[in-house]
Write a protein that binds this ligand. Structure first.
Ligand SMILES: Nc1ncnc2c1ncn2[C@@H]1O[C@H](COP(=O)(O)OP(=O)(O)OP(=O)(O)O)[C@@H](O)[C@H]1O
Ligand SMILES: [Mg+2]
Length: 322
């Protein structure tokens, strides 16, 4: 196995009495798209700033590309951070914005011009190099920021909520665009988001953080289908709790006839919400209120007030503990 590109070793960062990052050990492989997920204030940005060199840990070491970078200044690290608010330089053209990091590196003019064209093509902004940022749409600005960040060829790109300024439809397009770029370049991306769908769509692996600590690391499917506990289960999606067991709403079946399955609950429909691709049912059962998601074209329909049965297969039961 090759050495990881990034390694946090028991890293702790405090701000006064507050521990923003608490004894974090984490490895990110070369070429991986890694997503950090967690509630506001759990330490995501701080962890990223530690890697970029904008913060120094109180304890622990950080390794990047085989080097201990813990005490290295940001500009010497092969990492580039694109911030939560990715401010473009408003007085510079798109091409000059993209050229910014290359100029700072002292690259020859001709090389810069070629690289800028390459980057604009990569983010599908050919021909727009002469515009100013305020002549671009939100999505286009976001892609200029990405081209600017990628131009100096960092070993790892750190993206802190890169889609926060975009509307939902544009976000979804941009997520696939990011993934396409990352795969095409073979680069390592570390993205911070508090949008669980976004993290699952783009991330090869995710880490869920809470109160400065990493609760669980794994692929989106591992975290969604085998969460380590209630916090991860609830953070990645809806979950019905039946004692120490968790069952996702889409694994619950609703029927009028008593099911043969051993895992079943009798209940009454309290809510019906039609969402197009699926219908959500609220059902009051002997084990408490449950949510069921029935895909359109599959499963039985029911109305508010009807007596129904809920059942789930044994492999849908996630052991979550108390
Ligand atoms: N420079 C600072 N000085 C003091 N406290 C800070 C500083 N930076 C962060 N913190 C605190 O550290 C904790 C973690 O902050 P951080 O910005 O890493 O959270 P986050 O997970 O990125 O949150 P969000 O999703 O809201 O961006 C918070 O409680 C925050 O108030
Ligand atoms: Mg943040």
């Amino acid at each position: 196995m090759t050495a990881p590109l990034v390694r946090f070793e028991a890293v702790t960062k405090r701000f006064g009495a507050e521990t923003a990052v608490d004894d974090v050990t984490l490895e990110i492989a070369e070429g991986e798209f890694f997503a950090l997920l967690g509630p506001s204030g759990c330490g995501k940005t701080t962890l990223m700033r530690l890697l970029a060199g904008f913060e120094t840990p109180d304890a622990g070491r950080i390794r990047l590309a085989g080097e201990d970078v813990t005490d290295m200044p940001p500009h010497r690290r092969p990492a580039h951070m694109m911030f939560q608010a990715y401010a473009l330089f408003p007085h510079l053209t798109v091409a000059q914005n993209v050229a910014f990091g290359l100029k700072a590196q002292g690259r020859p003019k001709r090389e810069i011009a070629v690289r800028v064209e390459e980057m604009l093509a990569l983010v599908r902004l050919e021909g727009l190099g002469g515009r100013k940022p305020d002549e671009l749409s939100g999505g286009q600005k976001q892609r200029v920021a990405l081209a600017r960040a990628l131009a100096p060829a960092p070993r790892i790109l750190l993206l802190d909520e890169p889609m926060a300024a975009l509307d939902r439809k544009l976000r979804e397009e941009t997520q696939f665009e990011l993934k396409r770029l990352q795969a095409a370049l073979g680069l390592t991306f570390l993205i911070v988001t508090h949008d669980r769908d976004e993290a699952m769509v783009v991330g090869d692996r995710l880490a869920v953080m809470r109160d400065g600590r990493i609760v669980q690391v794994g692929t989106p499917a591992e975290l969604y289908e085998r969460p380590a506990g209630r916090f991860v289960a609830g953070f990645l999606g809806e979950v019905n709790l039946i004692g120490e067991i968790g069952v996702r709403p889409e694994r619950m079946r609703l029927s009028r006839a008593e099911p043969a399955a051993a895992n079943r609950l009798a209940g009454t429909v309290t809510e019906v919400g039609y969402l197009g691709d699926r219908t959500i049912y609220g059902v009051e059962t002997t084990a408490g209120a449950m949510r069921v998601a029935q895909p359109t074209g599959g499963g039985e329909r029911a109305q508010v007030g009807e007596a129904v049965w809920l059942s789930y297969p044994a492999d849908a039961a996630m052991r979550l503990g108390r």
